[in-house]
Design a protein around this ligand. Structure first.
Ligand SMILES: *Cc1c(COP(=O)(O)O)cnc(C)c1O
Length: 364
């Protein structure tokens, strides 16, 4: 990261690390095994020099390395490639309409980092170019026939790896539908390519005519950089607010200390933690799953320790299009002998909650 061009996002994407050997300058580097190389052929490695500069060593226990270096366990599971049935929920190519008032648009296949735990790993296998004008028209026609859709999630791949003119074309298309109120862009670029947030891009995002939210994907406090912090400020100055979706990842962030640091660190740089997802059962990612109980336990520990503002919702995405479901510890502790309700406090003790009310003649 010493090149004068490293602040340029095109330079970052043009110099992505795609092989184990390119990490050989890092402490802890070990030559790849045959199994690792075989896995890297099925699911290729890709990471910006900036993302790898966040690693402290090349060892597998580094949270950055673990998220981008192919490991044999990825090729050992027999899970499905599309367990959420996104293909079936697609009324027109690239659009997934599963929830009443929201639709998801698959913008492209390119990314700034190939996350080993990616829930759309199947998209890596067939490169998906940016949408044609005809594809965008098919999507906006569908949305005009479905005025119940208020929000489009611009997803991918990573839409912000596209050029400004392509991003503007996509945003303008969806913004032209009168019933669309909001666009939500899912991107990992705040983590892996914060150089992408040029004044021009932030202006495009903030001035497309509809409210734009960015949904980022930070998984570990080591990913919170000064570059990301200043990019968030540029977004906010243009009216774009940022939330974060974290995936609970075995050996990376399945620990209350790590997540407390991550979620409070995100709030400090003005990003609201939104979801903590349990990993979907997608082929090539099972080795990162923790089990739901691990997540519930960590959420219980976090609830005692950090601000409610910093707490995301722990959620799973049900297979075959069942949708996202929040998993919350049961707070109702039953009824006392006099029928007063009881709730568990943060220490797990049942506490009486009297529901005393009085009649107010001004409110019926
Ligand atoms: C996750 C998702 C959404 C958005 O769900 P929220 O709960 O609003 O974040 C919309 N459409 C699809 C297909 C999704 O997978």
């Amino acid at each position: 990261m010493t090149s004068p061009d490293c602040n340029d996002w095109h330079w970052q994407l043009a110099h992505c690390i795609t092989s184990h050997e390119q990490l050989s300058h890092l402490p802890g580097y070990i030559s790849p095994t045959a199994e690792q190389l075989a896995c890297a052929r099925q699911y290729p490695m890709l990471a910006t020099p900036f993302y790898l500069s966040l690693a402290k060593s090349a060892a597998q226990d580094d949270p950055i390395i673990r998220q981008c270096l192919p490991q044999p366990a990825e090729c050992e599971d027999s899970a499905e490639k599309d367990p959420l049935g996104e293909r079936e929920a697609s009324p027109v190519p690239r659009l997934v309409h599963r929830y009443h008032d929201r639709a998801l648009f698959v913008t492209c296949g390119s990314c700034a980092v190939h996350c080993r735990h990616c829930m759309r790993k199947r998209v890596w296998e067939t490169p998906l170019p940016p949408p044609t004008d005809a594809e965008l028209v098919a999507c906006t026609d569908y949305l005009r026939r479905h005025p119940e859709v208020r929000e489009v999630l611009i997803s991918g791949g990573d839409p912000l790896t596209l050029e400004d003119d392509n991003i503007a074309r996509v945003l303008d298309a969806f913004a032209s539908v009168p019933t669309i109120e909001m666009l939500r862009i899912g991107s990992r670029t705040l983590v892996a390519l914060p150089q992408r947030y040029t004044d021009e891009l932030c202006r495009i995002l903030g001035n497309c005519g509809k409210t734009v939210w960015l949904a980022s994907h930070f998984n570990h406090p080591q990913e919170i950089s000064p570059e990301a912090e200043s990019a968030v400020l540029r977004l906010m100055r243009n009216g774009v607010a940022v939330v974060n979706q974290t995936v609970l990842l075995k050996g990376i962030n399945d620990d209350a200390d790590v997540l407390a640091k991550l979620f409070t660190g995100l709030l400090r740089i003005r990003i609201k933690p939104y979801y903590l997802f349990h990993g979907d059962p997608v082929h090539g990612t099972i080795c990162f799953r923790t089990g739901i109980d691990a997540g519930v336990k960590i959420m219980g520990q976090l609830r005692k320790r950090i601000s409610g503002m910093a707490l995301p919702a722990f959620a799973i995405d049900l297979p075959q299009g069942g949708g996202k479901v929040r998993i919350e510890p049961d707070s109702f502790a039953g009824l006392a002998p006099d029928n007063t309700r009881m709730y568990y406090d943060l220490e797990g003790c049942a506490v009486l909650y009297p529901e005393t009310t009085i009649a107010n003649p001004h409110i019926s």
